[in-house]
Design a protein around this ligand. Structure first.
Ligand code: HEC
Length: 137
């Protein structure tokens, strides 16, 4: 009987511990990210043809997949360790944004999302925007 009680309380402690460590690994959802109208309404100057999507894929694999994951689910090895969820590029919340919004966020970053304005040319960023559109809903 005594053993049974000990076992039950050990189980309860273990459960509590597991729950606590689980919630510690929960990522917080990103806050709304307003984009200035100037960027939001910006026309994408790069046609989303096969060549552009291919260039975008290569640049994405090099620079972004470590966090955003190969298929844009936010599950890259580095992405899983972030405090903020990096987003689901296959969902409506992503696809309902304009190309200009994706471009702006890539260019200027915020918090754990790095800014790429000094590392990647605007044209290459538009290629990536075109590629990221292929992560389907
Ligand atoms: C170090 C990890 C990391 C890397 C590398 C990274 N990102 Fe991000 N990204 C994030 C995080 C975290 C967020 C969410 C930031 C927030 O909303 O506060 C984010 C958000 C975004 C968003 C906005 C998503 C949305 O739904 O609004 C876009 C677009 C984006 N990233 C594009 C890129 C591109 C393109 C690259 C590569 C050139 C890249 N990111 C590289 C971590 C990363």
């Amino acid at each position: 009987m005594k053993n049974a009680i000990l076992l039950t309380s050990a189980g309860a402690v273990l459960m509590a511990f597991l729950l606590m460590s689980f919630s510690a690994y929960q990522q917080k959802q990103p806050e709304p990210w307003p984009v200035p109208a100037e960027y939001k309404n910006m026309a994408n100057p790069v046609k989303a043809d096969e060549a552009s999507v291919k260039l975008g894929a290569a640049a994405y694999a090099r620079n972004c997949a470590s966090c955003h994951g190969r298929t844009g689910l936010g599950d890259g090895p580095k992405g899983r360790a972030l405090k903020t969820f990096s987003g689901d590029f296959s969902g409506a919340a992503y696809h309902n944004q304009t190309d200009g919004e994706h471009f702006y966020k890539t260019k200027f970053g915020r918090g754990e999302m790095p800014a790429y304005d000094k590392k990647i040319s605007d044209t290459d960023m538009w290629h990536m925007v075109n590629y990221m559109r292929t992560f389907k809903k």
